[in-house]
Design a protein around this ligand. Structure first.
Ligand code: 5AD
Ligand code: FES
Length: 348
């Protein structure tokens, strides 16, 4: 077990069977060993600095119908909303004052935000906040569309692959969505020059350790700058509403593995991890994560962007979360810093 972790530390990857063995046999002691190596690496590249990204959930309309997601098209209980450009810019203003130097525009796949509208929004943020990074995260688009947003001033794009196993992908999504297209989008984003983030849910329905090993090997091959993972959490109004949530320990173990695979990578300790355990985000940092993505959305819409049940921080003002997070991060010996937090060595 430890020899495999040592091998991963040295070579930054493992064979599929070796990943499966690790994922099926890890325990408290091996996890602690993995986390200590992971922390040594995050310490080497980032010291005790933790970066934050202000998340602006600008629309919960979505044309897709993913079986796990609370804002899927078929969920008629969702109160749908769209933020105006002015509201988005006002989130940025609040965020900048609170110390954020990255804004993430995240939303469902919503046709009402045309390319023209998105380009206009991105340009305005770019003009108003020249020292900030702009991250986009609103799903699958064509090469030309991604290029337009990039030319308007966006720097990064988040698009989790969700699962790298074909059969598993089909178990989580309707036929209109394909793993092949997802991968093509990720390759296009990289080609254009975005810093790219991918990722997956831990413990999603029908996931096996083989699926997870495939996720890790896909990530190795793609070589993204960011990887976001969090536990699957059921949402009551979805087809997966009665499946169990993913495991905190396995999520943490995977964060540790990802830190060893991408030593200088940007790895968030996610809100989903903080939702299944009150100290989940702190534990994520101690497992090798170095990014937090607090919510900057207007308080009135937060509860409407419920991808899963009981999402935390939906009743809190951005300023309250800011103070809370600073204390949480300090409690485990780290510091939130006011920096863009780009991937080290990345050139645009
Ligand atoms: N539980 C956990 N994560 C979820 N996501 C969507 N639905 C859920 C859920 N029920 C994740 C997906 C998506 C990201 C924005 O949120 O991985 O890419
Ligand atoms: Fe939102 Fe703690 S981070 S309340």
């Amino acid at each position: 077990m430890k020899n495999l972790i040592d091998k991963l530390y040295k070579t930054q990857t493992l064979e599929k069977d070796e990943f499966i063995y690790l994922l099926e046999n890890y325990n408290k002691e091996t996890s602690e060993y993995l986390f200590s190596l992971a922390r040594a690496l995050s310490g080497k590249y980032f010291g005790n600095e933790v970066y934050t990204r202000g998340l602006i959930e600008f629309t919960n309309y979505c044309k897709n119908d993913c079986y796990y997601c609370g804002i899927r098209r078929s969920n008629k209980n969702v109160n749908r909303y769209r933020l105006t450009k002015e509201e988005i810019l006002s989130c940025c203003e609040t965020g900048y004052e609170l110390g954020f130097r990255t804004f993430v525009l995240q939303g469902g796949e919503d046709g009402a935000f045309t390319d023209k509208a998105m380009v206009d929004i991105v340009k305005s943020i770019r003009e108003g906040y020249p020292d900030c990074a702009i991250t986009l995260s609103f799903g699958e688009k064509s090469y030309d569309q991604y290029l337009k947003y990039y030319e308007a001033g966006a720097n990064r794009y988040l698009l989790r692959h969700e699962t790298a196993d074909e059969a598993h992908y089909s178990a989580l999504h309707p036929d209109s969505l394909s793993l092949e297209n997802r991968k093509e989008c990720l390759r296009n984003l990289k080609k254009i020059g975005y810093q790219v983030g991918t990722g997956f849910m831990v413990g999603s329905p029908y996931q096996t350790t083989k699926c997870l090993a495939e996720d890790l090997l896909f990530i190795k091959e793609l070589s993204p700058q960011m990887v976001g993972i969090g536990p699957f959490i059921p949402h009551k109004d979805t087809p997966f509403g009665s499946f169990p949530a993913g495991s905190k320990d396995l999520t943490l173990f995977l964060i540790g593995i990802l830190r060893l695979m991408i030593p200088n990578g940007l790895l968030p300790s996610t809100t989903a991890l903080g939702t299944i355990d009150p100290k989940g985000r702190e534990a994520g940092i101690l497992a090798g994560a170095n990014v937090l993505m607090p919510n900057l959305s207007p308080i009135g819409v937060r509860k409407k962007y419920e991808l899963y049940d009981n999402k935390i921080c939906t009743g809190e003002e951005a300023a309250e979360c800011n103070v809370c997070l600073r204390n949480r991060v300090a409690s485990v010996g780290y510091n939130i810093v006011e920096k863009r937090g780009d991937f080290i060595g990345f050139e645009e």
